[in-house]
Design a protein around this ligand. Structure first.
Ligand SMILES: *Cc1c(COP(=O)(O)O)cnc(C)c1O
Length: 225
């Protein structure tokens, strides 16, 4: 068994245990394997181990990796999880099955236009800056309600849920709980929250998708924002 296959099995086991501890149905949490900075060979190892759902934070990097793998793996799905520039919206719509980083009005407009041009409608998640951190992507808390409504009602976008990355310091659970409450308020079913360091806590707070990179693929050689 490759290291990646063994790591995947370990993470899946931890997900199953956290799901059971939270009294949630088995299989109710999906694992998004975050392969950013790792080569296509690493993705191929994960595919061979049965993992079909992947996350990448840069469109250009994903374009170099995924199209070549798709033909042999029709069930493969790609989530774009990183900050998205408006000039990459069309590439993202062409490539992704889910875009998790919708966080501002100009991007909403760009994605609506890109979907019309590409005739393709990947699911969208609104990213919320739950810590209201200055440097971080995501819509600020105070604007989240209005932004979610505008995306759905004005721009007609297929928003299915919410995503957050809590501050590095401190307990992430209040952030996860806030995101879960916001999703419920808007009738949104998808909650993408939790990474290698905190996915079990996120599952306890209702995550439907956890985005796990380093616990599967190992440490990254260089930072990817
Ligand atoms: C890199 C990244 C992850 C995975 O982080 P790990 O700590 O390696 O599990 C999850 N979500 C986003 C948005 C990321 O950029």
């Amino acid at each position: 068994m490759s290291d990646i296959a063994a790591n995947l099995a370990r993470v899946q086991h931890r997900i199953a245990e956290a799901t059971a501890r939270a009294n949630r149905p088995a299989g109710s949490v999906r694992l998004v394997a975050v392969s950013k900075t790792h080569p296509a060979e690493a993705v191929a190892d994960a595919l061979a181990a049965g993992q079909l759902l992947f996350g990448e934070n840069r469109v250009q990097e994903a374009q170099g990796k995924f199209p070549g793998l798709r033909p042999g793996h029709p069930g493969m799905r790609l989530h774009v999880i990183g900050a998205l520039q408006t000039n990459k919206a069309r590439d993202a719509v062409a490539l992704a099955d889910v875009i998790e980083s919708l966080d501002r009005p100009r991007l909403a407009v760009a994605l609506a236009e890109a979907m019309a041009k590409e005739n393709r409608r990947p699911d969208l998640l609104v990213q919320v800056n739950t810590g209201d951190e200055g440097q971080k992507a995501g819509v600020p808390r105070a604007e989240a309600d209005a932004f979610i409504r505008a995306c759905r009602e004005e721009h007609g976008l297929p928003v299915q849920g919410l995503m957050c990355i809590p501050p590095v310091e401190g307990d992430p659970r209040p952030h996860f709980a806030y995101l879960a409450e916001l999703a419920a308020k808007h009738g949104l079913g998808v909650l993408s929250m939790g990474m290698s360091g905190d996915f079990e806590a996120a599952i306890g707070c209702g995550a439907t998708h956890v985005r796990v990179g380093s616990a599967i693929f190992g440490a990254r050689d260089y930072p990817a924002g």
